[in-house]
Write a protein that binds this ligand. Structure first.
Ligand code: ADP
Ligand code: MG
Length: 499
């Protein structure tokens, strides 16, 4: 839907709020901002559904901060699922609201609640809180005269995933009945819809679908068909070939995140895992390291990386195909932010190929098939770069000094050869020559599967052969009898506990 809000001036914000927008460098409202802000300014309740990275914080932050009338008490309450997100939202709202004099206090577990309460009582208009600590403070009666007129639930589906639903319901018992309530969520599972019907009053619903997201245009999406056992080799080869500056690799399980990050570290990469089993403190350290470029690679599970706003991620890798189209969109949304280009890479086995087609269709994604470069290709590309690096190298005094030492021991040709060999060895490019399934073989594998798959409406033959990986001739090909346990009933089990 075209919208007349193509600049922030059109909303009629106070000058102090507009100044925050300008200083933050925002020029054009994002789709969710253009659609949500006018309703929020009018005082309506609202459900906003949009993927990560679409600017939801400013979508609720700007109009609500604009609506603050009393500065002698807490007027706005934002509830976010994790401490990381609470900090992130606080930072963003501070940035946008500082000229309007909005004072923010962040409330979460693991830090002195005394200090948090004290800061609030000394005059804050905005509180950003995680559910556990907030409920503690409310139920123990330590927040005096706490009666925010606007309440915002951010990343509601994530609260559900993390088991905070009951806490949320309990929290609302302490909040004034007369209030404006906003709820933001990337997805709308049933329990969230039910919650919405309880806490919101006659809400406007806004949904920004991925197709409308401008961010997606900046993400170049590709997939590689590989065999199950080739995942690590493929990742390493793609790193050698693409030389990503900053990347996130998504895995399905915590264990996988651990194993993969350990493997990458052993290969000399600056990688760390990020998953739900880690202590809050070490998670924060990892995120900080990644944000400040001390780490180049984050190996993360979906839940751990949700909502995190890290700039300049050049590549997102899906080590396994994600469970559903929504997580695909979430994951790749970590790159191609703020008008920058990003690359999203997905590894799929022939068995997962159909799943990929489904994701492609539902997410409306334009994902192109590519071949993993061969060892020869990559070496050739690197040699090319080495040649130009050598031709363009600046001469250092240390090099001149070393040369005088070496000249006495070795002739120039030998010296050059040895120096080059050292440089090439340092590039450390290895692995099998060719990785992955080429299009002809893929076609054949897919055809074989079609032949063997149960036919609808009384197909005969072929059925029992396909059913059991250990039966019949099908057992021979590697991708088939793989350990992709998530596909059956077992999958949904591992979804929550395992991440
Ligand atoms: P979400 O909550 O939807 O995941 P965020 O609110 O965290 O997204 O915003 C993602 C990033 O985009 C932030 O760095 C934010 O400062 C930036 N941003 C938000 N709105 C705009 C805008 N209109 N123009 C430019 N950058 C924006
Ligand atoms: Mg957000």
């Amino acid at each position: 839907m075209p919208n007349q809000y193509d600049s922030f001036d059109a909303f009629g914000f106070k000058p102090q709020i507009l100044r925050g927008v300008t200083e933050a460098g925002f020029v054009t409202p994002s789709p969710i901002q253009a659609e949500a802000i006018p309703h929020i300014l009018e005082g309506r309740d609202l459900i906003g559904q949009a993927q990560t990275g679409t600017g939801k914080t400013a979508a609720f932050g700007l109009p609500t901060m604009n609506r603050i009338e009393r500065f002698d008490r807490v007027e706005l309450l934002v509830i976010t699922p994790t401490r990381e997100l609470a900090t992130q939202v606080s930072d963003e709202l501070f940035k946008l609201g500082r000229f309007a004099g909005v004072r923010t206090v962040t409330v979460y577990g693991g830090q002195s609640s005394y200090r948090q309460v004290d800061l609030i009582s000394r005059g804050a208009q905005l509180v950003v809180a995680t559910p556990g600590r907030l409920l503690d403070l409310l139920s123990s009666g330590r927040l005096k005269n706490f009666s925010p007129s606007i309440v915002i639930l951010d990343e509601a589906d994530e609260m559900l995933d993390m088991g905070f639903l009951d806490d949320i319901k309990e929290i609302f018992k302490f909040l004034p009945a007369e209030r404006q309530t906003l709820m933001f969520s990337a997805t709308m599972p049933q329990p969230i819809k039910e919650l919405a019907s309880k806490i919101l009053r006659d809400p406007v619903s806004i949904k920004v679908t991925p197709a409308e997201e401008t961010a997606n245009k900046d993400i170049f999406q590709q997939y590689y068909v590989i065999e199950e056992h080739e995942r690590d080799d493929a990742i390493l080869r793609l790193f050698d070939a693409e030389e990503p500056t900053k990347s996130i690799i998504f895995t399905r399980t915590k264990k996988e995140a651990e194993r993969l990050s350990t493997m990458l570290i052993a290969k000399g990469y600056g990688a760390k895992g990020l998953h739900g089993d880690m202590e809050q403190k070490s998670r924060e350290e990892v995120i900080k390291g990644f944000k400040s470029n001390q780490l180049d690679i984050l190996v993360a599970t979906d839940v751990a990386a949700r909502g995190l706003d890290v700039k300049d991620v050049s590549h997102v890798f899906n080590y396994h195909i994600p469970f559903d189209p929504e997580s695909y969109v979430h994951r790749i949304g970590r790159t191609g932010r703020a008008g920058k280009k990003g690359i999203a890479v997905t590894l799929v086995t022939p068995l997962e190929y159909k799943e990929l087609q489904r994701i492609k269709k539902i997410a409306g994604a334009n994902i192109k098939m590519e071949q993993v470069p061969t060892l020869g290709d990559v070496k050739k590309a690197h040699s090319g770069k080495l040649v130009s690096a050598i031709l363009n190298a600046r001469l250092s005094d240390e090099a001149r000094q070393l040369l005088t030492v070496l000249e006495e021991q070795i002739d120039a040709q030998q010296l050059a050869l040895k120096a080059l060999s050292l440089l090439i060895e340092k590039q450390n490019i290895s692995g099998p020559d060719s990785i992955g399934v080429n299009p002809q073989r893929l076609e054949k594998l897919l055809n074989d599967r079609r032949d063997r798959a149960p036919k609808r409406g009384g197909g005969k033959g072929g059925y029992s052969k396909f059913r059991k990986p250990y039966g019949g001739s099908g057992g021979g090909s590697r991708g088939y009898g793989s350990n992709d346990g998530y596909r059956g009933g077992g999958g949904s089990r591992s979804r929550r506990d395992d991440r």
